[in-house]
Write a protein that binds this ligand. Structure first.
Ligand SMILES: O=P(O)(O)OC[C@H]1O[C@H](O)[C@H](O)[C@@H](O)[C@@H]1O
Length: 300
């Protein structure tokens, strides 16, 4: 176990010299030696890598994991983790003006700081922070009756300044077989089709089905989405708050082959439903302002 710097920000948190003395919480050595927060309580089990503040698993009691992590994922400093819930920030996809900058921003490839763990009404919450220029970023994960995830951004710069950012909780949901899976909640919603240079189209009345690559940024929607999985015989709801965009992605056969950290057949085993603020829905923050975006996963 390597040494990890842990700062207690909140005096009310119980702490010991090497972590937080909260029942159900532990900091363990995860894949590739990366530090991983493990949470266990009556609601289930969750784990979060400090690398990218990436949620790696969420298993409600008596359920298989809600999240998918690639069997070929790379767990290494400076590398994004393929699966779970990577955080895209402060841009989504390729950078608007500099093609040399990394896909999905800067924070998914760096170690975040673990600043707090607490228990409240039987739920466990862990808080991680990072910073991008004048934007201070905090991510909280709560293991309760649902898995809560909250991304809060504060502009700490000088008055008169403002910043525009995009964000997404890039949630890889595990499915028994993508071919039979459907997503509801985005009917009659406009989207940018990433497969057609972000051409603007409108979803019809039918659920989203997967019969080929799907890569869409739905705009101006705060709707709950539900992933229906007839093989696992369950539905997973993605509720959200402070988010106006939802991305739905499955790479299908060809793109999965091109992604080195994804097995060739892995496209069958996940659907991404990503809670975000992207493109038209990018967020502008003036100095001193905060923005909070949250998502909650639950099995129905
Ligand atoms: O390979 P990554 O940089 O992790 O991106 C994986 C995927 O993320 C999002 O879902 C985008 O809409 C896709 O276009 C992209 O392929």
């Amino acid at each position: 176990m390597r040494l990890i710097r842990i700062v207690v920000m909140n005096e009310s948190l119980s702490s010991v010299s090497d972590g937080f003395a909260v029942p159900g919480y532990s900091l363990i050595e995860g894949p590739g030696g990366l530090p991983v927060v493990s949470l266990v309580n009556d609601h289930g089990v969750a784990s979060i890598a400090l690398q990218g503040a990436t949620v790696l698993s969420y298993r409600p009691s008596d359920e298989a994991d809600v999240l998918y992590v690639s069997e070929s994922a790379v767990f290494s400093d400076g590398q994004p983790i393929r699966g779970g819930v990577p955080i895209c920030f402060p841009w989504f996809g390729s950078h608007g003006t500099d093609a040399g900058k990394p896909s999905h921003g800067t924070v998914r490839t760096r170690a975040w700081e673990l600043v707090g763990v607490h228990e409240h009404n039987g739920a466990l919450t862990v808080r991680l922070t990072t910073r991008e220029g004048v934007l201070a970023v905090a991510f909280e994960v709560t293991l309760g009756p649902r898995l809560g995830m909250s991304l809060e951004v504060e502009h700490t710069g000088r008055s008169g300044e403002s910043e525009v950012f995009e964000a997404a909780l890039h949630t890889y949901l595990s499915v028994g077989d993508v071919s039979g899976a459907t997503v509801t909640g985005l009917e009659q919603t406009d989207y940018l089709d990433q497969l057609e240079g972000r051409r603007r189209l409108t979803q019809g009345d039918d659920p989203i089905v997967f019969e080929g690559e799907v890569d869409r940024i739905y705009l101006n929607t705060s709707a709950t989405c539900v992933l229906h999985d007839p093989v696992f015989e369950r539905s997973v709801a993605v509720d959200k708050d402070g988010s106006r965009s939802t991305v739905v992605w499955n790479p299908w056969i060809e793109k999965a082959r091109r992604l080195a950290d994804l097995p060739d057949d892995a496209w069958q085993r996940f659907v991404c439903i990503e809670t975000g603020n992207i493109a038209d829905n990018a967020v502008t923050l003036r100095a001193g302002e905060r923005h909070r975006m949250a998502a909650a996963l639950s099995v129905q």
